[in-house]
Structures are given as C-alpha cells and as structure tokens.
Design a protein. Sequence first.
Lengths: 202, 222
Amino acid sequence: MKQQDLAFYGEFAPKLEEIQALLMNEIQSMLDSISTDSETAVAEHIKCRIKDADSLREKLRRNHLPETARSGLMNLSDIVGARVITHFVGDIYTVVELIKRNPRWRVEQIKDYIAAMKPNGYRSLHMLLAVPFGVGGIDEINIEIQLRTIAMDCWASLEHQLKYKKDIKNTSLIVEELKRCADEMASTDLSMQTIRDLINRR
Amino acid sequence: MKVLYAEDEMQLSVAVTEILKMEGFDVTPVYDGQQALDALDKDYFDAVILDIMMPKKSGIEVLEAMRGSGNHTNVLMLTAKATVDDRIAGLTTGADDYLAKPFAMKELVARVQSLIRRNSDYRHSVLHYANFELNSGTCELKTDKGSLRLNNAEAELLTFLVHNADKSFTARQINESVWNGKESPEKAELYIFYLKNKLRQIHADANIQIAGDTYTLCEEES
C-alpha cells in the first residue's frame, strides 16, 4: 500500500493486506491443484489489489456514503479484489467451482455477465465473497473476484480507457462499435473453446 | 421504388406506366434500347423492365451491357415471340424473370413487386427462428438475452439450416449445399460445433442435434 492509502485505511490496513495475501495464495493454490504445468495452465494471470484511497472516496461520494474507510468496508464489496484471467471461457466455470468449495470464505453472490452480458457488451463473471475480518468491530467484509478470458479482459481495458476520455465525438457510434467488437470477440472466444474441445476429444 | 421501363410501343408504354404509377412505383419510361442504357448510366433503379424487340438496341443487348458493366439490378424481360429460345436467351443473359406478351396488367405488377422484394431480401434480410434472429447484412446473431457476431461462413451455414429446419444433413451434404463443395466436410463439422456453442451462449431456444453423422436444426428450450 502507498503512504496515502495506509493513512486512509489506518487500523484496518494490516488486516486488508493480510486478506489480499490470503486471496492471492488461495487462488494460486486452487489453480495449481488443476495444473502446475504452464502449458496447460487455466489462468493466464491473476491480480490482486486493495482499492486506492482516491477511487474509494470517489465511489463513496457517488453513492452518497460517508467518505471513511469504515463506511467503505461496511457498504462496498470491492475494497479487496482479485481478477483471474483465463485462456478459455470454459475455464472460468472450472475456477468458479473451486472458489465455491473453498472453506476460507462464503460465496454471497455470483453475477454472471457472460451468460447475461451488460448492454454495452461487457462480459465477465463477478463473485462476491464474505471473509472474516474482526477489526474495529467489523466481523466480516465482502471481497470480489472477477473472472474473464483474455479476450474479455482486452475489451474491458480498452473500454475503460475510452470511458474516461470525455471529448470523444460520435459517442453513440463509438458505443455501438464497442458493442460490436465485444460481440465479435465473444464469438471468437467460443470458436477457440470449440476448437480446444475438438482437439481434446480426439 | 424506381422502375425503368423500356418499351417502343407507345400505347402500351402509356398504359403500363400509368398502372405502375397507380401502384405506387416511380416509373421512368424510355422508348428504345439506347435510351434505356443512358438512363441506367445516370440513375439508380430498383427494377428494370425491358422489351426484347426494340429499335437501336434490343432488350438482350441492353441486358448484356448492364451485366457487363456490373449492374445487377433485377430485370424483367417482355417478349412478343414467346418462343422457348427467346426465353432462354433472356434468362442466360441474366434476366431474372420474363413475361410473354400479351400479358395481364395484374401479372406484370405482381412480377415487378416480386423482383423488388428479392432485392430487399438480398440486401438486408433478417432471419427469424425460434427466439433468435440473424441479420445477414451484419452477421449479428441475437436473442433478447445476448448477441454475438458470426463470420460469413457461419452465417451462411446458419441461414441454410434455418431455411431447412428439422431436416437432417451430413457434413458432406452441407459442404455441397452451402459452399458448393468448395470447403470440406471437416469444416462443415467444425462450423456446426461453433454454431451449437454460440446458440447456447445467447440462450437460443434452438439447437443443432447430432444423430450419427447427420445434423438437424430444431427448436429446443434453452
């Protein structure tokens, strides 16, 4: 954590870092239980992060909540978050099953934006997990794991970059075209999944 | 809808033009083959009616020149001599339909409407089956729950299967019927699997069933 984030999270900071490490380790060992061979690895990479103070404050403000660490921990679910990037669509559901079975947390909610994409074309699967916390009178907090393929991640990061450029012209055309790109990439994802299934069957 | 009408018999031209206008067409009458070519150079038409026997250039010559210059507008040929040879000459040159004189006005109108409908079918047809639709222009495949973009070969294959729903085909037959045998049964099989997975992904109430070595598109709840 950066100095300003440590200051913002205060007494909660050590526990948050502990949860981040736990999340990273658990995900890594679940993935290793499937394969430790990089040739057949399910995940392309995994990332964990603690939300930085600035974007947490901004999100709390947007939701008309007090701009404190405590308020964030009580009300939001993505203070600690992980992202698992897989090669194939099917791998996502393999990892979901492993996460469900892990006794370190309780699965609160699964939002499958792959089965039901968002209107802008966003695809990803979000899992909300409750983990024990036990600091400052907070018993447990929610954390979030996002799972997506390389193609879904590629689209999401481009879309994320464009969203913050305010002076883009032809906004409706851009939105429509981004949705088309998402649909094409999702289609390619499924073609590659199908090819892999055929290879494995033989 | 703009229609070019080339006919040298003045009385007939006036009558046909009047009736097509009453049916809502925007008709440009011309009176010989050369005028027809000049009009085609200058303007866009949704359909063309050509009399075969015309001064300066015959209907067949106009049609040859049109197709030679890459103009694929649908053409209806009018022929006085309703001989088989005449009809074959028109169709082999690239006419889309023909009508023998004398004809009933109603039939002419119906045939022109049919020609124009073929245009719009070709340009932006949206195919519906079960709860999904496929736009042949954009290759977008969607239901109200999801959407994907197919590639051309996938769209061609799915269009064929929708037109022949509930019928069973082997990979070899699919290769012959969809791609004129230019691809391979292996590719047909792979593309069937692509489509199976993609239909499932958008929650289509349809599936391609596999029985032995045949494939059948059927309605099936997602």
